[in-house]
Design a protein around this ligand. Structure first.
Ligand SMILES: Nc1ncnc2c1ncn2[C@@H]1O[C@H](COP(=O)(O)OP(=O)(O)OP(=O)(O)O)[C@@H](O)[C@H]1O
Length: 686
């Protein structure tokens, strides 16, 4: 039977057309509601969000309304990126996040979860072109069987894998990361659907879908706890802007446009970063001890009152004796030492409260004397020059940047705050003479310290859920910056200790999770690698005994003979131009990765050959057809074809160069070509 005449395909296409029509009607209705908004501002905001959402979901012909179907004995559900209802309110497509959709992702031959059949659809250019059935009911306990014109499976890595999953993974990449909603695998789904109250840490080898899983979890939580999370918000933190640019479309495609996606650098951008620390100094500044140094520098600056003061209130002055002043300061200081951020009295609020306490004291005195001062008079007393002068002396006002500046520029102040915490050499390393806060050459690690100081001064607003990607690279101080934004919310931590390239990385999940304020978080492994073909992964895994001997190596889902080429070259120009020239003739994305110091040379060589290559920068600009990627920027990215230039130079460029090389070698979906002028690093040589 020809595919065209397949009655199943014909019926499913009819359902697809119906779903598309219903979606169009829903869109029209949503617009109508917006137009009737009472408040113009709210209407505009809502309207904009809704329009964005509908634009992504309905207007894009590349995003079909459904991608799968479940059949239980009595019911059939089509599963898609969002609910679609008909005019009567009956479901035409079920949102993939709804509880009813769960069996689509979780059912297996051993545990059919009430299903007799799971159907997956294949699309080409928005057209439904194929389907694949797995029969799961009784009698099929041993293995799911495949049916349908697209039904074929390939034996990969010792297991049968559905062809539609493989097609999806191997589909050439162009532009940003895609969602994986049609093919989320059971172990991934467990993480995506974990409850909101549960913080999770995913230790996943390269290409196991950590980033994808984290983003789908954000979308799942927003769907399931929409009201609560709409108020508190969801934050996604990634390693750099190039990475954000790569992932930023996934959530909007899933209908979630209100998730903030940022980097630690942008999150802590309270001072302009103008300089770079040497690695050792950055490690020191990122050390958790710095939090205590800052805390002491701030709170240690309180001065014991030595004299009574006179507080003016409604035309008279009231004396507050020194003993009472000491008590006010002491009480407030104690409340500032509470470790729970939600309970703590922050420093700036403490200063305000002190002024209020003095005014209240004067008010009580006046009341005892028979007067009845108004609230406005009491507020004026709190703002009086006498009270302000007292607070300035006893509870000095600080700006966050000024506090860090004072520590770095005044050795005596640092010595007092760092006593018993930092040794003399460490204190000397932090010292940096400078004349003004404004002109200070702030570094990225300094910005995190300034953010910490700001968190001591005032409460940092928190999110209901935070997804942190590439978390293995966070310094303890960066972890604290994220923890501050978590308040009472939960976390999804994603990372791979084998890919830890930062010199300040703690190297264990226990320490990172502790720094993130969620020490009890369970670490869940993902080891099935979807991105990288087995041949390439085996090659990269040779580095594991040297960089992460305790981690289990990933197993590749696919094997692609010919996917790996390792070529010694005398000069770079000819072979590089030839390899990239061949790749450009094919489909898909191409990344040429070189040590940061060699990236410009690579761009020049490719440009000389007329190839469409450009340097990928960390400014969020889209990648060129041939992206020349400095090795330090490639984390989290992937390309159909990757050319790695001079691995030895990549290793030599930084202290954790072997970890960096492991990241670099695991970016390819289909093809990896390694061109090396020097010998391969010993750990890689067979
Ligand atoms: N279930 C799946 N179905 C289809 N594609 C998948 C699935 N899981 C992962 N992928 C694909 O595999 C690739 C790797 O996923 P992702 O980038 O999320 O992995 P990662 O674990 O974050 O990788 P890394 O640590 O190497 O950066 C992506 O192209 C992703 O779309």
């Amino acid at each position: 039977m020809s595919v065209e005449a397949d009655p199943v395909l014909t019926a499913e296409r009819a359902h697809l057309a119906r779903a598309a029509d219903c979606l169009t009607e829903m869109r029209a209705a949503a617009h109508a509601v917006t137009d009737a908004g009472v408040d113009a501002w709210a209407s505009e905001r809502l309207g904009a969000a809704r329009a964005e959402r509908l634009r992504h979901l309905a207007a894009d012909p590349g995003v079909p309304p459904f991608f799968g179907r479940t059949d239980s004995g009595a019911e059939t559900f089509h599963i898609g990126r969002r609910h679609v209802r008909d005019a009567g309110g009956d479901p035409v497509v079920i949102d993939w996040r709804a509880p009813m959709s769960r069996p689509f992702y979780q059912a297996s031959a051993a545990d059919p979860q009430g299903l007799v059949r799971r159907r997956r659809f294949g699309f080409a250019g928005g057209e439904l072109t194929s389907y694949e059935d797995e029969l799961l009911g009784e009698g099929d306990q041993q293995a799911a069987s495949l049916q349908g014109p697209a039904a074929s499976s390939r034996a990969v890595g010792g297991s049968e894998v559905l062809s539609l999953l493989l097609e999806e993974i191997e589909r050439p990449r162009s532009g940003p990361m895609r969602d994986i909603v049609a093919t989320i695998q059971p172990d991934q789904d467990e993480i995506v659907r974990a409850p909101l109250t549960e913080s999770i840490c995913v230790q996943g080898a390269p290409g196991t879908g950590k980033t994808a899983v984290g983003l789908h979890r954000a979308a799942y939580l927003l769907y399931t706890h929409g009201g609560q999370l709409a108020r508190t918000g969801v934050l996604v933190v990634g390693p750099n802007r190039a990475f954000l640019r790569y992932i930023e479309q996934v959530l909007p495609t899933l209908g979630e446009v209100d998730v903030e996606q940022t980097t630690v650098r942008d999150l802590t951008a309270r001072v302009p970063v103008r300089a770079t620390d040497p690695a050792e100094l950055a490690v020191l500044k990122g050390d958790a001890r710095m939090a205590e140094v800052l805390r002491r520098a701030l709170w240690g600056g309180l001065v014991k009152p030595t004299d009574s003061i006179q507080v003016p209130l409604a035309g008279r002055k009231y004396r507050i004796p020194v003993e009472r002043l000491k008590r006010y300061v002491d009480d407030l200081r104690r409340r500032g030492q509470l470790t729970d951020d939600l309970q703590t009295l922050h420093y700036a609020a403490g200063r305000e409260r002190l002024a209020q306490s003095l005014a209240e004291d004067a008010r009580r005195q006046k009341e005892l004397a028979g007067g009845s001062p108004t609230d406005a008079e009491t507020r004026r007393a709190a703002r009086s020059p006498e009270v302000r002068a007292f607070c300035d002396e006893v509870w000095p006002a600080w700006d966050a940047d000024a506090l860090v500046f004072a520590l770095f520029t005044e050795p005596g102040r640092l010595a007092r705050a760092a006593r018993g915490l930092l040794d003399d050499d460490e204190q000397a390393a932090l010292h940096r003479p400078a004349r003004s806060v404004r002109a200070f050459p702030w570094t990225e690690a300094d910005a995190v310290l300034v953010d910490e100081a700001a968190g001591l001064l005032e409460r940092t607003p928190g999110y209901g859920h935070v997804v942190v990607d590439e978390a293995q690279d966070l310094s303890p101080m960066q972890c604290r910056a994220i923890a501050r934004r978590l308040a009472a919310g939960s976390l999804t931590v994603l990372g791979d200790l084998a890919q830890a390239t930062s010199p300040w990385s703690s190297g264990t999940w226990a320490r990172t999770l502790d720094g993130l304020g969620r020490p009890d978080t369970v670490v869940r492994p993902l080891t099935q690698g979807y991105r990288v073909p087995g041949e390439v992964l085996d090659f990269a895994n040779r580095l594991l005994p040297a960089i992460a001997p305790d981690l289990p190596p990933a197993t590749a889902l696919r094997h692609e003979p010919g996917s790996l080429t390792v070529r010694p070259v005398g000069t770079l120009a000819g072979p590089l131009q030839e390899v990239v020239g061949e790749l450009v003739a094919g489909e898909g994305s191409i990344g040429v990765v070189a040590a940061d110091g060699e990236a410009d040379e690579v761009v020049r060589l490719l440009g000389d050959a007329g190839l469409p290559a450009a340097l990928l920068r960390d400014d969020g600009e889209a990648a060129a057809r041939v992206a020349v990627v400095p090795a330090t920027l490639v984390k989290g990215l992937e390309f159909d074809a990757v050319v790695v230039v001079d691995p030895a130079a990549i290793v030599a460029a930084e202290p954790r160069g072997l970890h960096r090389l492991y990241v670099v070698l695991t970016r390819a979906v289909s093809t990896l070509v390694v061109l090396h002028r020097d010998d391969l690093p010993a750990e890689l040589a067979a």
